[in-house]
Ligand binder design. Sequence first.
Ligand SMILES: [Zn+2]
Length: 279
Amino acid sequence: METEYVPVHLESLAAFLIRHHSDQLRSITLSPDPKLHYPLYIDYAELMDEDPPLAHLIFSKPTHYLRFFDDAAVWAHKIIFDKLKVSEKGVEKKFIHVRISIGGSPLECPETFPSIGRVRVKHYGILLTLKGTVIRSGATKMYEGERIYMCRKCKHMFPVYPELETRNSILLPSSCPSQKSKSCEGTTFQYVENTILCHDYQEIKIQESTQVLGVGVIPRSILVILKDDLVDIVKAGALARVEASMVRLLGQTSCPRAKSALWFLNMASIKSHGIGELP
Ligand SMILES: [Zn+2]
């Protein structure tokens, strides 16, 4: 196989995770189940102190960079794995997800932490935090996530991620994404057998607190998509705080109650508090 292309920032992300979260990485490495999805918790404030440009990229393009962060976490885990003592029994993991908390960071402001009723188009795509009561918690389902394609010309293999906006349809690149010095320009790609990765998936709905609303104002709600390790951790009636990126769901534009139908959040992290407890 060709030398793997290391995306920009992946090394610095992995180094950050090793410097600050080697305890969590060690405990993931020592966990026995290789098939589980493991969360790795980080504070946005810490990342901002250490690497402001990187923190800004996570804020402005969370969907893109959180994926890099997950790759970096798996990479950092492999480094920890290789350094284990002979007496320690580590198991290699494939699925680690970085979960970000914005607590104590400048993102804890009305611009990026609006009430659900104040969510607007300008909030699309950035790392957004919302708080509300879980009013619906759907059944856990499974969906087919990323899969590997191969360029027919140069045999370069690359992952393709389904688009949430278009209900998980697969969009292939217009030309070969190989990053080798000589550009390939191949335009036909072949699906590599048995490379589809399945994910657990759950839809919940959160509603803004009625206490902060005026008399007669109907509380707004928003659909939230939970994946992998975030599935099955919140119950209806609980208060939840989510850090997520907002995605516009296509194909429902005729709905008059646009806000709850058109937007949903693709999760970076979720914290749940017991029923009736204050966050
Ligand atoms: Zn190619």
